[in-house]
Design a protein around this ligand. Structure first.
Ligand code: TXA
Ligand code: MG
Length: 340
């Protein structure tokens, strides 16, 4: 059975990593599933534990920027980003030095994604282990990313040595991923750090890649898989005015349904099972994955009406994850009630 490690257990957790075992760790975004990035057998266990497709490369999580220089060339732009945003929710893709990282980590690419999380316990864990750790989100592949140690144990308790518990995560969605191996730099995955913070340092950045059309290959291999999906069908309600109609529609389907929305909306529907997204986009981003997981604990609910936020840099990460969890299904007036 997996252990719950606290700060005083970091030497024990680091020893487990060094033995090739899996240790889940906290970050400011979501919990990660750690293994010694220099141990191929340990890295293989990560794919098996998550049920993750093996062509999907892993993030290399480091204790500090100096650790990166053993594996990749740090360009001037990379150095600027590391100085400004690390530790923090920005993952940087760099060209790797030949032969320094296993194909199991890179998925055979000549690049790797590096991340220095803003969680002091995790940086201490990595520094104590003395090796970088791979760090995909610590969920079963396809399920919402974990924002508490309990979420991790729910998915992986029988597959890991333990989880370092540092309470609920602060941001709630995964890091921004920026590729510095292309010109202009390209944001692969929207997160807490947006273009307006990156462009003063880098000049114009591209962020088209995460809006890929159906037939294009997404640049971050992981983006092509079904993601964040609870057992229930999530239906995105685009505007606040549509909630009355959407609830009327959900009633007509005859299915048990729930709401994932902010307090002002929930106040109108006191009798519907609901998970609160708090008051605004920041609290909603923080609560999104926990909310999706909450509905999995209520399997009677088979339809979830979830609140959209209008487009802004702040809402980009929330909407990106929500639309994936919904398989892109939006509520529309006159939607049929029998197909659900
Ligand atoms: O916030 C986060 O980034 C969390 C925490 C735990 O650090 N980690 C995380 O890892 O979200 P994961 O594996 O769930 O998502 C990493 C994404 C995947 O879509 C993967 O395909 C992509 O990064 N990726 C990794 N290495 C890459 C590379 N060299 N080139 C392009 N995409 C890469
Ligand atoms: Mg993930």
């Amino acid at each position: 059975m997996a252990k719950r490690y606290h700060e005083s257990d970091i030497p024990e957790a680091a020893a487990a990593l060094k033995r090739g075992e899996l240790v889940a760790f906290p970050t400011e975004t979501v919990y990660g599933l750690g293994a010694d990035a220099t141990n191929v057998t340990a890295v293989s266990k990560v794919y098996a534990a998550k049920g993750r497709p093996s062509d999907n490369p892993l993030i290399v999580t480091v204790a500090d920027a100096a650790m990166v220089s053993q594996y990749a060339k740090i360009t001037p732009d990379a150095a600027k980003l590391m100085d400004t945003f690390w530790p923090g929710p920005l993952t940087i893709i760099l060209n790797i030095l030949p032969g320094r990282l296993s194909m199991k980590v890179t998925g055979g690419l000549q690049t790797a994604a590096f991340r220095n999380p803003d969680d002091a316990l995790t940086r201490k864990l990595i520094a104590t282990a003395g090796v970088p750790i791979v760090g995909p989100s610590a969920n079963t592949s396809g399920k919402p990313s974990p924002t508490t140690a309990d979420h991790v144990l729910h998915d992986l308790a029988d597959k890991i040595a333990g989880v370092l518990d540092d309470g609920p995560t602060r941001v709630g969605v995964e890091s921004t991923i920026i590729d510095l191996t292309v010109t202009p730099p390209d944001i692969f995955r929207p997160g807490a750090i947006g273009p307006h913070e990156l462009e003063p340092l880098l000049g114009p950045v591209d962020s088209a890649a995460h809006h890929v059309g159906k037939n294009e290959a997404p640049k971050a291999p992981g983006m092509k898989y079904k993601h964040y999906a609870p057992a229930a069908q999530v239906v995105v309600v685009d505007t606040i005015d549509q909630f009355d109609d959407a609830v009327a529609w959900a009633k007509k389907t005859g299915q048990a349904f729930g709401l994932l929305a902010t307090e002002p909306i929930l106040a109108h529907f006191p009798d519907v099972p609901s998970y609160s997204l708090g008051q605004d986009i920041t609290s909603a981003t923080h609560a999104l994955f926990a909310g999706l997981r909450w509905f999995d604990l209520h399997p009677d609910v088979t339809l979830v009406l979830a609140q959209a936020f209008s487009h802004s840099e702040l809402s980009a990460a929330y909407m990106n994850r929500l639309l994936k969890s919904a398989g892109n299904m939006h509520y529309q007036p006159n939607m049929p009630t029998d197909r659900f």
